[in-house]
Design a protein around this ligand. Structure first.
Ligand code: LHQ
Length: 261
């Protein structure tokens, strides 16, 4: 059960790998603990400016490990489980002041699919599939799926995905706007690492403020969002990276962003 989440630390970004390939990286309590520790490390490390999340082996994540849920001799409260595990993870990804890239290397089912969709930029291997598998076991979408799916893909597709539980190919997922891009299987990880390293070299504070903007836009009116843009642009405009970006443009050289105040 050791190393069910591995953390590879690059100089400016961390790569997290869900690592139970024999179970298609299905989530266990140990895996949630491993992810919580990894995110603690990421938050505490000011040199870490981006995160890449992926899975080991042929799958990304098959959702909750169903063998952990077999004992019904004591009453189960799945709401409490969600609150303590998936909801915490999704909130951490969404509120982290650094971009989180997800490389969906294979099948992503149930909460595994929805954790992927919680990330800021989602890439997938051509062979990957996204499955809202919940209905097959009498459950409803969780880990934010009932929120992302209608917003990303529209209500018609969201409802059909959830109610039918059919696999959606990576190509379809990209066409529907669920994810950013699809790569040939062997190209996925090199592209995902290149993109993560690129984002780690960018103005981190502006990226963090962007995450806040887009999160707020889900419920804001246009007027509220225009006000928020004033507030956040005011803050972005005081960062050293803003000054460096403008200077580099005028001096016709590549900018060197530090990411920190
Ligand atoms: C698995 C799993 C798995 C254990 C494959 N567990 N072993 C949140 C809160 C609390 C409780 C409830 O749920 C939730 C949220 C959820 O995520 S609910 C949804 C849970 N996930 C699923 O229902 C998906 C179940 N898995 C599948 O439908 C298939 O495995 C998929 C479509 C993902 C992949 O199919 P295949 O490519 O054909 O692979 P496979 O089925 O042969 O799986 C490979 C192995 O992994 C196999 O073990 P074995 O010993 O036979 O080789 C599976 O039993 C095991 N595995 N998913 N979730």
């Amino acid at each position: 059960m050791d190393n069910v989440v591995t953390v590879e630390k690059h100089p400016s970004w961390h790569e997290l790998t869900l690592n139970r390939p024999e179970r298609l990286n299905a989530f266990t309590a140990a895996m949630h603990n491993g992810l919580a520790d990894a995110f603690d490390g990421i938050e505490a490390d000011s040199t870490c400016r981006a995160v890449l999340l992926t899975g080991a082996g042929r799958g990304f994540c098959a959702g909750q490990d169903l063998t952990e849920r077999m004992d019904r001799s004591v009453p189960v409260d799945l709401g409490a489980t969600l609150d303590a595990t998936y909801n915490r993870l999704v909130r951490r990804i969404r509120s982290l002041g650094k971009p989180v890239i997800c490389a969906v290397n294979g099948v992503a089912a149930g909460a595994g699919a929805n954790v992927a969709l919680a990330c800021d930029i989602v890439l997938a291997a051509r062979s990957a599939r996204f499955i809202q598998a919940f209905i097959k076991i009498g459950l409803v979408p969780d880990a934010g799926g009932s929120w992302y799916l209608p917003r990303l893909a529209g209500l018609a597709r969201a409802k059909a995905m959830a109610m039918l539980g059919e696999p959606v190919s990576a190509e379809e997922a990209a066409q529907w706007g669920l994810i950013w891009k699809v790569y040939d299987d062997e190209a996925l990880m090199p592209e995902a690492r290149r993109m993560t390293a690129h984002l780690a070299s960018q103005p981190t504070q502006a990226l963090a403020l962007m995450k806040r903007q887009f999160e707020a836009s889900e419920t804001n009116t246009l007027d509220q969002q225009l006000d928020l843009e004033c507030e956040l642009q005011r803050r972005a405009g005081t960062t050293p990276d803003n000054l460096e970006g403008v200077r580099a443009f005028i001096e016709k050289r590549a900018p060197k962003f530090t990411g920190m105040p």
